[in-house]
Each structure stands twice: as C-alpha cells, then as structure tokens.
Write a protein that binds this ligand. Structure first.
Ligand code: DX5
Ligand code: ZN
Length: 244
C-alpha cells in the first residue's frame, strides 16, 4: 500500500504542473482553514479527492493582511507531496520575486504573482521556472483584463480575482463574470483561467460557464462543520453541470 502510494506520487510529480492542474477543478484555500487542525483538515480533503491546495501569502503591504508563508508551507508540504498533491501558492505581496526561492525551498509547487507589482513579468516567469515552479499571473478587480492577458506570456494560468484580495469570506463580485469571459477569449487555450474569491455553490457554475478552469474556494469549504463534505458537494455540482 505504502509502495503503491509512493509510485502514484512519483508519477504525478513527473507530470507538468499545468497538466496536473488541468484535471482539477476546485482548489481548497488553506487561508480559510482552522489552523489548530490544519493537518487533519487537509488529510480529510485529500481523502475526498483534493489534489491541489491553494496557499495564500500576504505581506501586509500589497494587501493589508499578513497571512501565511514559507514556515507554514514547510510544515505541510511533506504531507501534500506524500499524497501526490500540490501546493499552489498565491503571492499577494510586493516584490514577489524576492520570495520565489523561499517558496520553492518550503516545498511550494507554483507561484502566482500579481501583475500590479511586477514590472518584468517575463523575468519573473523565467525566475520561477529556473526554480522548478509552476507559474501563474494574478490580477485584481480594478486592473484591466487586457493588461493581465498581455503580461501572461509563458505562464500556466492567469488568476482573475473575483474579490479585492485580502481575506476569505467576501462576496463574489458579479462583474467578474464578464472579466473571466474576456480573459478566456484573450488567452491561448493551454493557459488556464483560475478564479479566486467568493466561490460557492451559488457562484461556481456561473464562473465555470464564463470560462474558468480552476476555482479556488476558501470559506465555502472550510467554514463548515465538515469541510470534506462541502468540498465533495462543490466538486459534484461542477461535475454534474459539465455532464449536463
Ligand atoms: C483572499 C485569498 C483567497 C481566499 C478565498 O484574498 O486570495 O484565496 O482564501 O476565500 P473565499 O473562497 O472565502 O473567498
Ligand atoms: Zn488566493
């Protein structure tokens, strides 16, 4: 059994991050978890099928909040890697490149940095790749979609924020739907569209219909007595709509 799971995690880790993420629709956002029970909650989600965990790093500058960082990633990445799952790191920080190496060393699998704080996205992409990280480019609700799409050369995904970044539990901004659709139309097919903020049973299908490939969900999963069941229900809802 242990041998089998080791084989599985090896074959998954050989797969490119973009291909791996392709098979995943819902990413639980760890920021919304109960940190006193983090390992247990992640394990329950893994058992429910979660394969990519969203990890929000906030520096108190780009966003007012200080969130979690490499120290926490170092604790959980051996678990996540052992399951053959991934840690997808959303850097809500100024000067994101300064943190790439620490994220890689801590066992993060990808870095998504914000276009608003990156003067040379191409250099940042090359830097992340040199560390073996997957790469995403994020943009805020006030940033033109065209600016993000134009800067997205060479990334695996573009993250369209559907809230002002900062904290979990905010309402989905309805105007994000039109932005998701415009983004999808501007990007090459192989670049995934990720959406983060206010995704729940009411908003997930609309975001998918607008063109989102990957949905991040924090409070809709963790702010429940049973996060694994909430995750399963959200995955089931999206899968059902894809079949319909
Ligand atoms: C907040 C973070 C999000 C957050 C999402 O700025 O980037 O990932 O955890 O939480 P919900 O799904 O509750 O909006
Ligand atoms: Zn996030």
């Amino acid at each position: 059994m242990a041998g089998e799971s080791r084989k599985l995690s090896t074959s998954l880790s050989n797969m490119s991050w973009a291909k791996w993420a392709d098979a995943v629709e819902i990413e639980p956002s760890i920021y919304a978890s109960d940190f006193s029970r983090l390992g247990e909650q992640l394990d329950a989600l893994r058992a429910a099928g979660a394969k990519v965990f969203h990890f929000d790093v906030g520096d108190g500058h780009f966003i007012p909040e200080i969130t979690i960082g490499p120290v926490v990633a170092t604790s959980i990445s051996p678990l996540v890697r052992g399951w053959g799952a991934r840690l997808d790191c959303h850097l809500m920080v100024r000067e994101p490149e300064k943190h790439f190496e620490a994220i890689a060393k801590a066992g993060g699998d990808s870095v998504t940095f914000h276009v608003e704080v990156c003067d040379e996205p191409a250099r940042a992409v090359a830097h992340a790749r040199s560390l073996g990280l997957g790469v995403g480019l994020a943009f805020n609700p006030d940033t033109p979609v065209e600016d993000a799409a134009a800067a997205a050369e060479g990334v695996d995904l573009v993250l369209c924020m559907s809230i002002h970044p900062g904290y979990s539990g905010q309402a989905f901004m309805p105007e994000a739907l039109e932005r998701i659709a415009r983004l999808r139309a501007l990007l090459p097919d192989e670049v995934l569209v990720q959406v983060d903020g206010g995704i729940n049973q009411e908003t997930a299908l609309a975001a998918r219909a607008a063109g989102a490939d990957l949905l991040v969900a924090g409070s809709a999963i963790f702010w429940n007595d049973d996060p694994a069941t909430a995750y399963r229900e959200l995955v089931g809802l999206v899968a059902e709509s894809a079949r319909a």
